[in-house]
Design a protein around this ligand. Structure first.
Ligand code: UD1
Ligand code: CA
Length: 450
């Protein structure tokens, strides 16, 4: 059986009051449409066809070639949108699954149940419904006295009796392909001037065909996004799902309601997420770490056994056993080797700190390569920028940088070199050499003075 799929995403989403297409708004770091694509793709059906219209270019550039596209130039309704996709569907398709890009919470299991019901169904279509107290503007499912589905009536067209119905159309359907293409051409124009996909239900019934319906058990899956209020509600549902998956996989989350982890983030077993922690983007965190409270991590790689308290870090790498914070900041290209200690009020950018190096207090390290077991005294600054260019600083192993040292780059400090407190270092320092003063000059070591 050949199953194709169509995801509707051409609408403007007027109720979002946005310059961006509705389906590109994000929950938990991923566009709504991407969730819809992922749920369909998980079924292993033909590559989905996404119907684009409003903001077509930006939708295409966001999703790339993971899907096929069909253009709906004028948004004449959901029925018209499905018809616009026919051209991209193989002629020998048996079934067509239709979902929409503004429904991000369907699980693959739910869509699979829809598909399997239609595979067993001899009639032309199966719809997904939900029984809910809040109708959210959804179409109402009208059933006959024998319980069979007779029609879907849109809220704007519904009489008071129909408005009172609490079985709703969630907007996911599976059709016999051949029947669908014919029925779409027979949809009457609605009073609002649109061709409603939902009207094919009435057409099937008029043809003497039975319409199958299955109900979604978990109402939260059926949340469609029409406003930014819905967006926040869906975000909360997705956030909870992400948290529950992490917890079931062995991560301790002290307070899931104040912890924000975007979809796709990976976290190892026995790591503890403290409250008010935000983990975004392509982030990978190892096992047995303590993250937070009050930490923001974006696109970072963190090893095992790290403690990261009240830190802000992005596009950085932190190896095993690092402890950081409070109030530490890693910027793009920061790389802390194993067991680095980075205390309060430090910033590292585009730099490598070797294993066991300590940077306890108030330092800025930029464009530097630092060896093992270096002591970076309080207030050390790499003066890496001359107003036009960035310059590198290279520091060897076991170097001791005295408090408040200014390292005026480009600069090289050999292994075991030392600087005095307050030194302004403008020239390279040889291995084992001690420099002091402003500008810093070598002093002979005590043993040599005697
Ligand atoms: C639709 C259903 C309604 C259902 C609800 C569930 C219709 C007529 N109504 O209403 O019964 O309860 O979904 O969420 O289908 N779109 C296009 N081209 C168009 C119009 C819409 O691609 O010309 C896309 C939109 O981008 C959106 C989807 O179709 O992704 C649904 O459209 P929307 O306007 O949100 O329909 P609802 O009013 O929510
Ligand atoms: Ca909608």
């Amino acid at each position: 059986m050949k199953v194709s799929s169509i995801i509707l995403a051409a609408g403007k989403g007027t109720r979002m009051k946005s310059a961006y297409p509705k389906v590109l708004h994000k929950i938990c770091g991923r566009p709504l449409l991407q969730y819809a694509v992922d749920a369909v793709t998980a079924l292993g059906v033909e590559q989905p066809v996404v119907v684009v219209g409003h903001g077509a270019d930006v939708v295409r550039s966001t999703l790339g070639d993971q899907v096929l596209y069909a253009e709906q130039e004028q948004q004449l309704g959901t029925g018209h949108a499905v018809l616009s996709a026919q051209i991209a569907i193989p002629e020998d398709a048996d079934l067509v699954l239709v979902t929409s890009g503004d429904m991000p919470l369907f699980t693959p299991e739910t869509l699979k149940a829809l598909l399997e019901t239609q595979i067993r169904n001899s009639g032309p279509m199966t719809i997904l419904t939900v029984v809910a107290i809040d109708p959210r503007g959804f179409g109402r499912i009208v059933r006959g006295v024998d319980g069979s589905v007779q029609a879907i009536v849109e809220e704007a067209q519904a009489s008071p009796e129909i408005l009172a119905i609490r079985e709703l159309n969630v907007g996911a359907y599976c059709f016999q392909a051949r029947w669908l293409w014919d029925a779409l051409r027979r949809i009457p124009l609605s009073p609002k001037g649109e061709y409603y996909l939902t009207d094919v239900v009435g057409l099937a019934v008029a043809d003497g065909q039975r319409v199958e319906a299955i109900a979604v058990q978990d109402e939260r899956e059926t949340m469609g996004i029409n406003t930014r209020i819905h967006l926040a509600e869906a975000e909360a549902v997705m956030r909870r799902r992400i948290m529950e998956k992490l917890m079931l996989d062995g991560v301790t989350v002290i307070n899931p309601d104040s912890t924000y982890v975007e979809i796709g983030v990976q976290i190892g077993q026995d790591t503890i997420l403290q409250p008010n922690t935000f983990i975004y983007g392509k982030t990978l965190i190892g096992e047995n770490c303590i993250i937070g409270p009050n930490t923001i991590i974006t696109d970072c790689q963190v090893g095992n056994d790290c403690v990261i308290l009240a830190a802000v870090m992005e596009k950085a790498v932190v190896e095993d056993g690092v402890d950081m914070g409070p109030f530490a900041r890693l910027r793009k290209g920061a790389h802390l080797g194993p067991h680095v200690h980075m205390g309060n009020f430090g910033e590292v950018k585009d730099s490598y700190l070797g294993a066991g190096t300590k940077m306890g207090h108030f330092s800025y390290i930029g464009n530097a390569t630092i060896g093992k077991d270096v002591n970076i005294g309080a207030g050390t600054i790499t003066c890496n920028y001359d107003g036009e260019h960035k310059h590198p600083t290279v520091i060897g192993d076991e170097v001791f940088i005295g408090s408040d040292t200014m390292l005026v780059a480009p600069l090289n400090l050999g292994d075991k070199a030392r600087t005095g407190a307050g030194a302004v270092v403008t020239h390279d320092v040889k291995p084992g050499e001690v420099v002091v003063g402003v500008p810093a000059r070598p002093i002979r070591k005590k043993e040599n003075v005697e």
